[in-house]
Write a protein that binds this ligand. Structure first.
Ligand code: URA
Length: 284
């Protein structure tokens, strides 16, 4: 078969990264089967993020960093496979007292599998004194190449959305639920999101913004633990808090720019959200 056709097939199937030069049969490796269990377990636990209660009555669940620490050495038979990475992340994030320190801590963090396939860490973009923090879902190919969030097509739209209410990129801090591009732009898994969440929370604490914006359902679910459609969530102001934030941060969920590019009919609603955000900022 023409190798070009094979490559085209791989690309269509979303396999656009070369990870190794020789094939590796992970099923034949010791623990291989367990690994596939591990990969699917977080999916089954999709709506059961530790410490979160996906209920509209509790829009601000306990943040992951506030969970009771697990004693060193384990002893906890119910410990899940995601707990160790999360514990490491919580420790690194808590020990960082500036964004630069947090960035460096993240560079040293090895417990998110996405790091192995990504070209660059995509930490965030913006100033430490930003009035607004925006959290998207995950870096794409352009972001992976440049190491900067929202620089591709959805980034261009996001820039226009911000400009429509008088905000420049330098007025905001932008990051994502995960800091490395998922291969083939697949959705990040629950385990990957959980491992990155303590760093995302710490970004919000360190910037201490007046307002938080979750771009899309994945960001809303990760930050707030709420599983509801963006169409529902965007209709009300929510509030985000962590033990280290001096006060809860008013939070708006709105459509992800990539979704708006696919569904331009929703741009009108997103425009209304931007007006509401502008109004809120004027009040604060
Ligand atoms: N989409 C995201 O969610 N984040 C980015 O950084 C780019 C595109």
């Amino acid at each position: 078969m023409d190798p070009r056709r094979v490559l085209e097939f791989y690309l269509l199937a979303g396999a656009d990264e070369s990870i190794g030069e020789t094939p590796r049969n992970r099923y034949a490796e010791e623990g291989g089967e367990r690994r596939s269990d591990r990969d699917s377990a977080p999916e089954r636990a999709e709506h059961a993020r530790p410490g979160s209660a996906p209920s509209p009555a509790h829009p601000t669940p306990r943040p992951i960093a506030a969970r009771a620490p697990v004693p060193p050495g384990g002893g906890d038979e119910t410990e899940t496979e995601t707990d160790a990475p999360v514990r490491t992340a919580v420790g690194l994030a808590a020990a960082s007292s500036t964004l630069d320190e947090l960035h460096r801590a993240l560079e040293s963090f090895e417990d998110c599998a996405l790091k192995q396939t990504a070209t660059n860490l995509v930490f965030g973009d913006g100033g430490p004194d930003a009035r607004v923090v925006l959290i998207g879902e995950a870096p794409g190919a352009d972001e992976d190449r440049q190491g900067v969030p929202f620089v591709g097509q959805s980034g261009q739209l996001l820039n226009r959305m911000l400009a429509s209410i008088g905000l420049e990129r330098t007025d905001v801090f932008i990051s994502n639920t995960v800091f490395w591009r998922p291969p083939g732009n697949r959705n990040p898994t629950t385990a990957e999101i959980a491992a990155c969440l303590p760093f995302v929370e710490r970004i919000v604490e360190l910037v201490d913004p007046e307002l938080l914006i979750a771009l899309g359902g994945a960001a809303a679910k990760s930050l707030l633990g709420i599983v509801e459609s963006v169409g529902q969530l965007r209709r009300r102001w929510l509030s985000y808090s962590t033990p280290r934030l001096a006060r809860p941060v008013p939070t708006k969920v709105t459509y992800h720019p990539a979704y708006l590019l696919r569904s331009p009919g929703q741009k009108r609603a997103a425009w209304h959200d931007m007006i509401e955000i502008k109004r809120k900022l004027a009040e604060l």
